[in-house]
Each structure stands twice: as structure tokens, then as C-alpha cells.
Design a protein around this ligand. Sequence first.
Ligand code: ADP
Length: 290
Amino acid sequence: MTLCEKPVPCSVCPLAESCTLDQERHAFWLADHRLAQIGRRILVLSNKGGVGKSTVTAHLALSLARRGLRVGLLDADLSGPSQPFLFGVEGTRVRASAGGLVPPEPAPGLKLVSSACFLENPDDALMWRDSYKFEFLLGLVGGVAWGPLDYLLVDMPPGTGGELIGLRELLGRVDGAIVITTPQRMALLDVRRAVTACRDSGLPVLGIVENMSGMLCPHCGGKLHPFRRGGGEETAMAMGVPFLGRVPLDRRLLEELDEGRLLQYDDPGALSSRALEGIADRLVMAQIAD
Ligand code: ADP
């Protein structure tokens, strides 16, 4: 057996000096130790890329933190990590401390961990096999000093492959998944598959969000539906899962995100902000009702 090499987080272990766990068992022990202090664990997924999964996840995390809840945001999209960029903390590295890795806190009460926090160069690409991705995610869940959290939101990579299976396994109890889609039929086919994947793995679907659902014409103020409308809600009804709401296409939101200024996007009157707040309300209400 390889003896535990006692990396920094071993200081949180009551057996630190006498521990004889091998590396793998140590990593699982540490993850369980952290997870014991984590309340609701929610995966945010989409089967397609580019539908706004990271955008919605970031907004929900921020909205929950602004309500005084303690939130962890785990960017599990290892090959396309965008959360640090959205929050304007790209380039901020995790810091080692006696209690574990200390992640960036882009807003009070919000801890953010992403593979991007470990890259030397933002252009570096991670090309890892599933087994190594699993090991890395296990290291993030256990190695980070998350502290007590009310919510852990996980921004999943697109698809229903290895990371979904791996995170289900390593998080143990997962309270549910939020599935993000755009309204057009081509995206909806993949949503149905994502819902089926959740069902097959015993993961409750908390609901579907229809993003990029309509917009106001910048010239006449009339309503436009470049990607059609209503498909997310219809799919939710057809598949018997809750519909969490529609988020409109919002040019200003896109511009703020493109400049990594999510934290500055604070326009409570904007339709997209109101829609995202409504979704966060529904999540919190669902927890109270549990
Ligand atoms: P995913 O995580 O599904 O790949 P992203 O969250 O990265 O998608 O969003 C893809 C692009 O669409 C980004 O440029 C983002 O700023 C933009 N976007 C997402 N949702 C909206 C919206 N409601 N209004 C305007 N732009 C949006």
C-alpha cells in the first residue's frame, strides 16, 4: 500500500500523524469530510454547449450568495472553464493553507473553484482521460477548504458522459439537476436525453430553464423570438418535470459577460435579471418546502 503522503489538507484529519490510508482512500475520506458540511448539491447541465449553462449557473450562485446564503460554485467544465472569466477573477490562483486550498471569493459568501485557477496560461488546454478528470474533481471536492455551505452548484460540461457519472459517484447525495436549454427543437432533443440520463441515474430533475427565450427589439421595443419560444416549457410538461422559467436574450447581459463583468451587471429592472432572480426564488422555495 502506498502510504498517505500527507498533503496540506491532512491537517484537518484527526489521524494526521498515524494515518495509513493510501492516496485514493485518503482522497475519498477528505471529500466525504468536506461534503458533510455541504447542504444542497445541485448539478447544472445541458446536453449542448452554448445554451447558457455557465451564465445561468453563475447568476444563480451570485443571487443565492446575495441572499446571505453560503455558496460554492464548482466549475466542472474542465476543458472549457468559463466561471473565473465571468466573475472577473481569471488569473486568481487558489492559495494553499493549513486547512486546504483557499479558492477565490468573487463575492461575499461565494467560493469559486475551477480548473482555470490551476492553469499557468489561460490558453492551456486540458486533454485528460475520464479517469484523470475524476481524480482531479475528487481532489477539488476534498482539497478545497469549502467550509460550511448552504449550496454547492456544479457547472457541468456539456453532455451526459463521464463527468456526470463521476460527480454522481463522488458527491454521494445530489439533490437534483437543473437542465438548461434554448427553445429551438434541435436543442430540445438533447434536453430530453439529458432528462432521461438524470432519471436513469436516479437524479431528480429540479427543472428546465429556457434560456435565450425571446428579446425586445432594440428599435421598436416589440417582442422577437429568434430561437422560437416555449419549447423548454413544452418539453418540461411532456417529460413531467418542473419548468423553472424563461430567460430572455439580453444584449446588455451578453456585453457584460463578454467583458467578465458579471458582478457589475446589477440592473434589477432588466427582464433577464428578473427572470434569473425568479429561478433562484423557486430554488430557495423548493428547499423550504422540502
Ligand atoms: P454554455 O455554458 O451552455 O456553453 P454560456 O453560458 O457560456 O453557455 O453562454 C454562451 C454565450 O451566450 C455566452 O457568450 C453568453 O454570454 C451568452 N448568453 C447566455 N445567455 C444569454 C442571454 N440570456 N442573453 C444574452 N446572451 C446570453
